[in-house]
Design a binder for this molecule. Structure first.
Ligand SMILES: Nc1ncnc2c1ncn2[C@@H]1O[C@H](COP(=O)(O)OP(=O)(O)OP(=O)(O)O)[C@@H](O)[C@H]1O
Ligand SMILES: [Mg+2]
Length: 333
């Protein structure tokens, strides 16, 4: 289908004319596709539905209290402003800095419904994000709305929910262009069904994530970058990382700030010197493991020994880098 993109785009004008043609009954097809979306996703939506939140300060509080995510108020203001301006957002930065989790949580809080996630890979195409035809159903009913299976992007636009497009650099340029076209015009065209599905509210928003330094990453075109609000992510300063670790620490055994600071010092050395750069996600897991080890050893609080024992499983990630890790641990802990 991707190679047919040009043809599909050519079809768009015809379909738009069709949409304005009152002699065609669009409502029946619309009902069938929408009904299927509700059938598939209703339990999920029902479980999590809540009032959409638009006030950035309240969003910051919810992120911290309910999602255990420490997010700068400025970032939330930028995202809210982008959504209000009808622009998608691109979170770009190193691994483990919270891009995916923060993106998903923001979309969910904004729309009041669980966000859809599209994990990109090279062969992710229009069929897998918009919808495709069930082969057996298509034999039985033909290629029409009865055999059509809606996928996440179409479901999100119908349900007025957000979409997190994870690792956008791993997708094809065709998919990137298709996504931008959909966001720009806030509608999805399904040529095979002669259908145009329009967004009904402001809940339908997109956040892309990307890590330009990860392996096998493609370039994002200027056209793509021009249309998104790009928000860079970076490793947090030590004081903020300390707060993140404490917010995420889930063991009922005491741990002193000074010990957490030591772990943060080690990861900061490795971020400068090693090829595998631990993110805050690694620091969080390191301290959680150290807490559990301390508990298993019946310690009163986490000791340096517990921290050291948990260190290598978190920090030895690339073969040949053990020496750099050992040195950072010995010099700091
Ligand atoms: N600001 C933050 N608040 C709370 N936890 C954070 C924060 N930043 C990072 N973390 C930690 O990192 C984890 C989330 O990492 P996430 O997978 O979202 O990062 P990412 O930037 O998408 O990484 P990758 O590029 O590898 O996909 C959380 O579970 C938590 O442990
Ligand atoms: Mg991610």
């Amino acid at each position: 289908m991707v190679e047919d993109l040009e043809k599909i785009l050519d079809d768009i004008s015809n379909i738009e004319q069709m949409a304005n043609d009152s002699s065609i009954d669009h409502s029946r097809a619309e009902d069938t596709v929408a009904k299927r979306v509700f059938e598939i996703y209703k339990p999920l939506i029902h479980e999590m539905k809540r009032e959409p939140v638009r006030d950035p300060r309240r969003i910051v509080d919810i992120l911290r209290n309910e999602y255990k995510l420490l997010v700068d108020e400025r970032l939330v203001y930028l995202v809210v402003a982008a959504f209000l301006a009808g622009r998608p957002v691109l979170f770009e930065g190193p691994p483990g800095t919270g891009k995916t989790e923060i993106g998903e949580a923001l979309l969910t809080i904004w729309s009041g419904k669980p966000a859809f996630i599209i994990p990109c890979s090279e062969n992710y195409d229009e069929y897998r994000v918009v919808g495709d035809f069930h082969p057996l159903m298509a034999i039985k009913y033909g290629f029409n709305e009865l055999s059509f299976i809606p996928r996440p992007l179409l479901a999100a636009i119908i349900l007025d929910a957000g979409v997190l497009v994870d690792e956008i650099r791993r997708s094809s340029e065709e998919l990137q262009n298709l996504l931008l076209d959909i966001v720009d015009k806030r509608r999805i065209i399904i040529p095979e069904l002669r259908r145009i599905v329009k967004a009904s509210g402001e809940g339908f928003q997109l956040i892309f994530t990307s890590n330009p330094e990860d392996y096998a990453q493609g370039e994002l075109s200027d056209a793509f970058l021009r249309r998104v609000v790009r928000i860079p992510f970076n490793y947090p300063p030590p004081d903020v990382e300390l707060k993140i670790v404490k917010l995420r620490y889930d063991v009922d055994i005491e741990i002193e700030d000074s010990l957490i600071r030591k772990a943060i010092e080690v990861v900061n050395v490795l971020r400068k010197r090693a090829a595998y750069k631990p993110g805050p996600s690694d620091t969080v897991l390191w301290l959680r493991l150290a807490g559990r080890i301390a508990k298993l050893r019946n310690h009163k609080s986490v000791e340096l020994k517990d921290l050291v024992d948990a260190a290598t499983v978190i920090l030895y990630k690339r073969i040949g880098e053990e020496e750099i890790v050992d040195e950072a641990i010995q010099n700091t802990l």
